[in-house]
Design a binder for this molecule. Structure first.
Ligand code: NAI
Length: 631
């Protein structure tokens, strides 16, 4: 066989190892499934004492279905055939007379988890890379190969729907706790544990009676709660898949083949097509910096303000040793407090939290510069201050260290004039809030050292962000396209529309936050300053100036376009949204994206779409601003 290795041990156990030819990760392509079907046929003839299914890849167990194949479904028949292929095969696997076990180490996602769920036992290997989930919803589709049937049976419907509707993954220990995994063992004993468990005859953990009822006669209660939860996050006209998942579970016992019209509506929907596009765009961003051999271990961040503090915390969270410099320890205290809150939220376990905190070292004297692989400047937005700093620190830098600025609005060409090696300065431009925003713009000034830019991209990947190379022009990509959009939104307020109505128009369009609320969040002073630089000399909107005159800065001082309470804007109900308003407000953004692509600020339209989606949250189901214009 091309993709599977079969080993029959003396004990009578058969070990089927998936090692997909020509790939570094396993995915369930048509060929892989056809071979697996062949294996089951063979085993029907010579039944083993037990079957263990495992992966031959370092990277993990199985990453899911083959998304390339999925993106090529051009007819309804092909969509249904794809669902049937996995559903029927895993049904067959679930019914074999001998015990079966999935040995899950590393990622086990989508179709991979559906395969594991069809085995009698799931043995999870406790190591950091092990994660299980059904993330289909993020591609605008549903887990149609048995996940919607078997996950609720295994862990109860509420927990199952939570996983299927959010796409989130869980680790080995959590899987054991929830009853998804039968056992959770360290890597060194996994082989032995798998053999023992598959032959153990041990019954599966039964679902508690209440859970059985909720997964049976009381499904309606769970379903209506889940629909309400989903409605808070996603509108059905934009994201139909989560609603379909609830329907298929509730009305068809998880079998999508019983609702062929839903299969066609979901699998070949524009949303699914666009979300798959976004997935591949994300993969493309992940590819930047791959050619570089640069690996950072130590990071030095200067400026422990809003940005620098959070950048330092993020790097420590991702395993870097970080020195954080500011003018005094007192100035660093708020950043350290925020870092602690971030570690507590993300790491949960006290030991890991302590380790992360140990990696974040306050460094008033800047001793860390000399040891750092990456130095990130995030001090006040002031050329003279940045000049003085660069001049002072350059002699201490390691020769191949990356020197980066987080500046939003200053020209790199101006900032680097004081350097002996000006070509080494790059922009590594994070977005606020750092922990939430996946994109980081890597800014390349005229004549910058390509190796430094590559190294910066590699570093951004190391800390698990998505690097987007951009040219050094005002606002780079993301701020440059937001400025005309926010201006158009404020002009609409000048024309007499309420902020709520303007925001509602864009929420209905699919933006994660309305543009007026965004202005309040960014700060009215910052919005005005950015507007001056990026709006091509257009007069500031009067609604903005009036509020600034009154000292209203937005979220940060509790009043802007909205009054802010407990970190949330107090909104009145929106009036009915005038026809065409959203299109009118978004047009300047899309026009600007086109212009920036034409100017070569980003390399091509796909990357621009990726940057705007991951840098602003631009409605992902549209596939990005340029893609939305084509449709
Ligand atoms: P901030 O005002 O919150 O923090 C700046 C910090 O730098 C202060 O704690 C200050 O004490 C410290 N500092 C100033 N001069 C210093 C020096 N010579 N040595 C050591 N520390 C010094 O500023 P914020 O908002 O964090 O901005 C920092 C940089 O990040 C700016 O270049 C800004 O353009 C950029 N940026 C800001 C974003 C935002 O949303 N605030 C977003 C992306 C980039």
């Amino acid at each position: 066989m091309k993709h599977w290795n079969i080993l029959r041990e003396d004990s009578g156990i058969v070990i089927a190892t998936l090692d997909k030819a020509g790939e570094s990760t396993n995915s369930l392509s048509a060929e892989v499934l056809a071979e697996f079907s062949e294996i089951l046929t063979q085993l029907d003839l010579y039944p083993p004492k037990g079957l263990i299914i495992r992966s031959g890849k370092e990277a993990g167990f199985i990453a899911g279905a083959d998304i390339q194949e999925f993106s090529q479904l051009d007819t309804a028949d092909k969509g249904r055939a794809l669902v049937a292929r996995g559903w029927d095969l895993f049904k067959r696997l679930a019914a074999v007379p001998y015990p079966t076990l999935a040995l899950v180490r590393g990622h086990c996602l989508g179709g991979g988890l559906e395969l594991a769920l069809a085995c009698r036992y799931l043995l999870a290997v406790d190591e950091p890379g092990t994660k299980m989930g059904l993330p289909e919803v993020m591609l605008g589709i549903f887990p149609g190969w048995g996940g919607m049937l078997r996950l609720p049976q295994r862990v109860g419907p509420a927990a199952a729907l939570d996983m299927m509707l959010s796409g989130k993954t869980i680790d080995a220990r959590r899987a054991k706790k929830m009853g998804l995994a039968d056992e959770c063992v360290p890597p060194r004993v996994m082989e032995q544990a798998a053999r023992q468990l598959v032959l153990s005859g041990q019954p599966r953990r039964a679902l508690p009676v209440l859970q059985k009822l909720l997964n049976g006669p009381l499904k309606g209660i769970v379903a209506s709660g889940a629909r309400k939860q989903v409605a808070k996050k996603a509108r059905p006209e934009h994201y139909p898949a989560p609603y379909a998942i609830i329907d298929i579970w509730q009305k068809h016992d998880g079998n999508a083949l019983a609702a062929p019209e839903l299969i066609d509506r979901i699998i070949r929907s524009p949303t699914a097509r666009n979300l798959v596009r976004v997935f591949f765009l994300q993969e493309r961003l992940k590819g930047f910096g791959k050619e570089s051999t640069f690996r950072a271990q130590r990071v030095h961040v200067i400026g422990a303000g809003v940005m620098g503090g959070d950048i330092a915390a993020w790097c420590a969270l991702r395993g870097m040793t970080v020195t954080l410099q500011d003018q005094s320890l007192e100035r660093m205290a708020p950043a350290l407090q925020r870092a602690h809150a971030l570690f507590a939220k993300r790491l949960r376990e006290p030991l890991k939290i302590r380790d992360a905190f140990d990696r974040l070292i306050p460094d008033v004297n800047g001793d860390g510069v000399a040891h750092a692989d990456v130095v990130i400047e995030a001090i006040f937005e002031d050329v003279a201050a940045k000049h003085a700093l660069f001049k002072a620190l350059e002699p201490s830098l390691k020769p191949d260290a990356v020197l980066a600025t987080n500046t939003s609005s200053l020209k790199l060409e101006d900032l680097r004039t004081v350097l002996q090696r000006p070509e080494r300065l790059v922009g590594i431009h994070f977005f606020n809030p750092v922990a939430m925003m996946p994109l980081v713009e890597v800014v390349q000034a005229e004549g910058a050292d390509p190796a430094a830019v590559q190294a910066a991209c590699a570093f951004v990947r190391q800390i698990d962000k998505l690097p987007l190379p951009v040219k050094s022009t005002p606002g780079f990509l993301v701020n440059a396209v937001l400025a005309p959009y926010m201006l158009a939104a404020m002009r609409a307020v000048d024309e007499g529309l309420s902020p709520e109505t303007v925001d509602e128009a864009m929420l209905a369009f699919g933006m994660p936050m309305g543009p007026i609320e965004l202005t309040d969040t960014v700060g009215l002073d910052i919005a005005q300053a950015a507007g001056q630089k990026l709006a091509g000399g257009a007069a500031a909107p009067s609604c903005l100036l009036a509020r600034l005159d009154a000292g209203h800065l937005g979220k940060k001082n509790g009043q802007g376009f909205y009054v802010w309470r407990d970190g949330k804007p107090v909104k009145n109900p929106a009036n009915s949204v005038p026809a065409g308003l959203a299109e009118r407000l978004i047009k300047p953004l899309i026009d600007r994206v086109e212009q920036l692509v034409a100017d070569g600020v980003v390399a091509d339209g796909d990357l621009a779409d990726a940057g705007v989606i991951f840098g602003t949250g631009f409605a992902p189901f549209t596939g990005g601003p340029l893609n939305s214009r084509k449709q």
